[in-house]
Write a protein that binds this ligand. Structure first.
Ligand code: PMP
Length: 317
């Protein structure tokens, strides 16, 4: 995984562009002290019709939903936000890139009641290659089950994408790296499979896709939703259900999916090969259709792509 930023030039902040190096917050801002920051991660793809952001609407909807849970009034309209995301890509001259809208609580409040802190909105974007390594998409990755679990429902709101939650993800990911794995899959508090540190998970058994049913322990991924729709398009049956840990070892195929990871095959879990250890046919079909769609090489039948040139031209009403 590439761990450093390919810096771009401009960051959108509260309605204007500021230089990348100036996009800073005070050390005592609530975002730094307590993780009070809501964010999104979206990919923009260089399609034949120009750069286009994948599922901009869905990501911004989740951003606003996450803010609502944390009682944050976003000081920008959805239309302004869409435009800001597109303009950030255009202004930086980016094509294939990652866009990271952030709504955070800044400097002011000293305790748990955040009202004295201003809400600040940032949109950085930068070039970001394959998250799980150069061969992850073609050859698959080796994962472990994490000893750290996902939090119980009604502790942290797992459906909200908040920076503080990612301390749990870091623990998992660091443990995986320390033990020579690329990624970790967490179990939920009841011991059933939940999600990866930054991805949702699918298994394949006898040609059917199996994925954890919503249980309040994982983020409802937008890529997961895309995979479910692609499975329907390809007539692949799907079951959403409780997934015991041992299903990971009994699966014919398995893959992770997320904005950064796209559709990444899993070739082993805890050093036990998944199926034959090769990328399986169902994973391959779903991955191919996903990548062809996001890259604009296959018809955008679900209306998932927003060309940034069009989005940047929208009125800010
Ligand atoms: N779970 C977690 C914990 C994540 O951080 C992500 C990445 N945002 C996902 C799942 C996948 O979500 P998405 O497909 O919307 O990127």
């Amino acid at each position: 995984m590439s761990g450093q930023f390919a810096e771009s030039s401009w960051v959108w902040k509260d309605g204007t562009f500021i230089p990348w190096a100036d996009a800073q917050v005070h050390v005592l801002s609530l975002a730094v002290q307590f993780g009070s920051s809501i964010f999104e991660g979206m990919r923009c793809y260089a399609t034949p019709a120009g750069p286009a952001i994948f599922r901009l609407d869905a990501h911004l909807r989740r951003l606003y939903d996450s803010c609502r849970v944390y009682r944050i009034d976003v000081p920008v309209t959805r239309t302004e936000f869409e435009r800001a995301c597109c303009e950030t890509v255009v202004r930086n001259g980016l094509e294939d890139c990652y866009v990271r809208p952030m709504v955070l609580r800044g400097y002011g409040a000293a305790g748990m009641l955040p009202d004295a802190s201003p809400i600040e909105v940032y949109v950085p974007a930068w070039q970001w290659g394959t998250y799980l390594g150069p061969e992850a998409l073609t050859r698959g990755v080796d994962v472990c089950t994490a000893t750290w679990h996902r939090p119980r429902p009604n502790t942290f709101p797992a459906m909200a994408k908040s920076a503080g939650h990612y301390n749990n993800a870091q623990l998992m990911k660091m443990e995986a790296a320390a033990n020579g794995y690329v990624e970790a899959v967490a179990l939920g508090p009841e011991g059933l499979v939940s999600e990866g540190s930054g991805q949702n998970i699918f298994l394949v058994r006898d040609g059917t896709l199996v994925t954890p049913a919503p249980d309040g322990t994982w983020l409802h991924g937008i890529t997961r939703d895309a995979v479910l729709r692609i499975a329907t398009d390809l007539d692949v049956p799907v079951r959403e259900e409780g997934v015991p840990r041992e299903s990971l070892y009994m699966a014919d195929e398995a893959f992770l999916c997320g904005t950064a990871s796209e559709v990444t095959p899993i070739r082993s879990v805890d050093r036990i090969p998944v199926g034959s250890g090769e990328v399986g046919p169902v994973t391959r079909r779903i991955q191919e259709r996903f990548l062809a769609t996001v890259r604009g090489e296959y018809e955008d039948r679900h209306g998932w792509l927003t060309p940034v040139a069009v989005g940047a031209g929208r009125s800010g009403a």
